[in-house]
Write a protein that binds this ligand. Structure first.
Ligand SMILES: [Zn+2]
Ligand SMILES: [Zn+2]
Ligand SMILES: [Zn+2]
Length: 166
């Protein structure tokens, strides 16, 4: 996932992120015989407005503004769909949703959360995941859910705070 990490670090053309995410969503839905309905597509697009996770209520408010049927069940069903399809992740500690740039490769969402700009990055999970499974198994524990959310300062904010050649 190096690509993904590098591209939230630096300034980038975020429209590319949005376009790629929507194209991936179309393809995945087609492959899985699912419908990317208008409300699902727009919800995904709104979540992708930035690399900052979006809360369900914020999403609800935006959809309402745009005249969608924004009754909570509609919005929660759309979110459930996007989650199940792997198109978004829930960031538990922020109680908010983040667009996933690697929806075509099923994975756990492990997150680096910037305390300053609130951008969230995913990081490669495989070795951490394997090690957690092993440790849990040593206690005869069957792991079902993992929430790995690390907080700190992203590269950009760190640079701004130290004032180094910013
Ligand atoms: Zn972006
Ligand atoms: Zn992801
Ligand atoms: Zn930051």
């Amino acid at each position: 996932m190096d690509h993904q990490e590098s591209h939230t670090h630096s300034s980038h053309n975020h429209n590319d992120c949005i376009e790629t995410a929507l194209a991936t969503a179309e393809t995945l839905c087609l492959e899985q015989g699912q419908r990317l309905t208008k409300v699902r597509r727009r919800a995904l697009e709104l979540i992708w407005q930035s690399h900052r996770p979006l809360g369900a209520y914020q999403l609800l408010a935006k959809l309402a503004e745009e005249g969608f049927n924004s009754a909570p069940p509609t919005v929660y069903r759309a979110l459930d769909f996007l989650l199940a399809a792997g198109l978004v992740h829930k960031v538990e500690s922020m109680n908010a949703y983040l667009g996933c740039a690697h929806a075509d490769k099923p994975h756990k969402g492990y997150f680096l959360i910037c305390d300053s700009c609130h951008n969230v990055m995913e990081f490669d999970y495989q070795d951490v995941h394997t090690s957690l499974l092993e440790k849990a198994a040593r206690h005869g524990f069957e792991l079902r859910a993992e929430t790995i959310e690390l907080t700190g300062l992203c590269a950009k904010c760190k640079m701004a705070s130290t004032g180094a050649n910013a």
